[in-house]
Write a protein that binds this ligand. Structure first.
Ligand SMILES: [Zn+2]
Ligand SMILES: [Zn+2]
Length: 292
């Protein structure tokens, strides 16, 4: 289905193993921290799976059903992950409060630290494979940071269940609380990702300044205004008005529009689409600009 390299498949499979070990281990030993860690990791599995699926969909060329392309499909994986994480958070926070208030703490069996250690080891191995793959780029860096934060989380769970099996089950609840914190943080991050993808956020004033500079340097351009740009995922969609000599031929004006498009795509990679609106420029008629 997906043509992912082996170096990316291995961390994914290790994550699946972690989900099974933590969740089943938590159920068998009565550790809520382990169950929470397993449910959190299942969120990572969902995220990796749907990201791989929708990133492939997002680069498909425009078609009849989606004439503007498929870029926004990328947001779907974040929406699915966010929905899952939010549901799990509600269940876990509810369970945590219930246990805390009732004060009914169930002792957890001695096997729990073993499950926690296996699950932590699979995270460390995932990081090792990921680093060894030699991939670079922003997405890989983000994923690497993600695995590192999973290792911190797994370490907290291991220490928590170890203390819980030796002293008091309260340590299991404390470790569970740490997992809830990590899940909350991940949910906020995927919410921001969704927000940026669906609200047409600007790529920033630096980008607009560069567009202004590039277009003004194209021969035949008298002025440029109404530069608008929006970011969807990592892609930028741009439209602008270019003012040219009113007596210019349509062919020449069209050549200028094409040159503007070529230069922007060349000098500002990440720009997916440029719409150029051509209009006549009248010398010293500032009032005219207000009307158009
Ligand atoms: Zn054309
Ligand atoms: Zn205009």
């Amino acid at each position: 289905m997906f043509r992912l390299s082996r170096s990316l498949w291995v961390p994914f499979l290790l994550n699946c193993i972690k989900v099974i070990v933590s969740t089943l281990g938590g159920i068998f030993t009565g550790s809520l921290a382990l169950i929470a860690d397993g449910l959190d990791s299942f969120g990572n599995v969902i995220s990796s799976f749907f990201t791989a699926f929708f990133v492939k969909k997002a680069i498909e060329p425009p078609d009849e059903e989606h004439p503007y392309g498929h870029v926004r499909f990328e947001a779907l994986s974040a929406i699915i992950t966010f929905s899952y994480m939010l549901s799990m958070l509600i269940i876990l926070v509810h369970t945590f409060i219930e246990r805390w208030i009732s004060g009914k703490l169930f002792s957890i069996s001695e096997g729990a630290p073993v499950f926690a250690l296996i699950s932590l080891t699979s995270n460390i191995m995932a990081l090792w494979f990921y680093k060894r793959s030699g991939h670079s780029g922003l997405a890989v860096k983000t994923e690497e940071l993600h695995i590192v934060s999973d290792i911190f989380e797994g370490s907290a769970v291991f220490v928590g269940v170890l203390l819980a099996s030796m002293f008091s089950p309260i340590w299991d609840l404390i470790a569970m609380c740490i997992v809830i914190f990590f899940m909350g943080w991940a949910s906020v991050k995927s919410f921001i990702e969704i927000k940026n993808s669906v609200t047409d956020v600007s790529p920033g004033s630096d980008y607009i300044r560069m567009v202004n500079h590039i277009v003004n340097s194209v021969e035949g351009v008298k002025e440029v205004h109404k530069i608008r740009a929006r970011k969807i995922g990592e892609k930028i969609f741009l439209d602008l008005h270019v003012l040219v000599d009113p007596s210019m031929s349509v062919k020449r004006a069209h050549d200028i529009a094409d040159e503007v498009l070529r230069r922007i795509k060349l000098e500002l990679p990440g720009t997916e689409d440029v719409v150029v609106h051509i209009e006549p420029y009248y010398e010293g008629s500032g009032w005219y600009l207000i009307l158009v």
